[in-house]
Design a protein around this ligand. Sequence first.
Ligand SMILES: [Zn+2]
Ligand SMILES: [Zn+2]
Length: 429
Amino acid sequence: MKRPVQIVTTGSVLFLGIALFYQFQVMPTPDRTSLSSLFLQTANAAENRPIQHKAVKALKDRDVYYPGSEDLAPDEMRVIACGTGMPNARPKQAAACWVVELGNGDKFIFDIGSGSAERISALKIPYDYLDKVFIGHLHSDHFGALGDLWIGGVIGNRIKPLRVWGPSGAKPELGTKYALQHMEEMFTWDSASRLGNVDIRGQVLEVHEFDYKAINQVIYNENGVTIRTIPAIHALDGPVSFILEWNGFKFAFSSDTFPNKWWLEHTQGADIAIHECFITPGDLVEKQRWTPGAALNVGTQVHTSPAQFGKVMSQIKPRIAVGYHFFNDFDTLPHVEEQVRKTYDGPLALATDYMVFNITKAEINVRMAVIDEDIWPQPAVGKKLPPDASKRIGFSDYIYGGRVNYKEVVDEIYSDINKKYGTNIPAPQ
Ligand SMILES: [Zn+2]
Ligand SMILES: [Zn+2]
């Protein structure tokens, strides 16, 4: 019987499905013993030696990165994606955030978008080393988790000030200084509540605002590391991109930008070039459920679409091009890759959270990190001070009068802890 042409594809899949179903139904099911002995025979034949059950050793090569388990070589750089997504939250991808670790021990955070603080915590780096943040622009998906790092870092044992660099804006109230001053004000109650209760030296916020129009200007120069800024073109005046140079390595990070002349001129030949590569306009309509007009405008004019990203990379020729800023799923990644490959055929990684790049002069190794969900902070780098109780604001008589002390229970907790740690801290009366 002749089949209608239009159902051939579906028909073939259906036929394959039926064939597999039939095979499983009619094949006698071998019992466990015969299956495993078949496997053993094959393995023995392949390796031509007896199986050494007692000789299971740790493997030399790791396909993944376990945070906190590898030293960096003095001439090595490690870059970790701690946020590769969008302003709308999702469990799989936080918004923009990249951690850069250098072989000299220095560490830097580039952008700290919403949701990224928990990714940073998973790296098992003491918070005292996570004290330098560079913000490319003031969209929530690029600095929304700054408050989490700032305050959470204090609770997580940071005793050094948090230093933040970010651009000015067309008006003072559109700049980083204004934003962070108001963030501090927003957390007035939070900060006040911690006085006299914890070591608050890490609560100091040092803000360095620089001119967003500056071209290739040095904004950081310490310990052999130079960070420069170039203007970016995105949404409003103010956004910038960053270039970090150390030990002959060049790291370039776009934050968000439309393709621009400054990036093309100053990021040439970067060892790693991380540039936004927005979701395709087609998927902005299909998955994000935007109108075609909004998808085209935001997807190609406010942001850099994958095909535009490819053009940029084919001009600057980095050792590895990294695209981020899209929801990276099984059904969106092929569309992004297809568009990028229309205009760029060089080394490419389309990032998702916890992608790790180890960069040396000889090679670039790209892996995924395997993280510990049950994360705890590392100790401070210096000695923590006991809280200064004289700074404590405390309660009004009205609220204090509502306390139920359970004195006998608390006295016992104090006594147990004093015994265990050899301290002599009196229980409050
Ligand atoms: Zn943005
Ligand atoms: Zn963004």
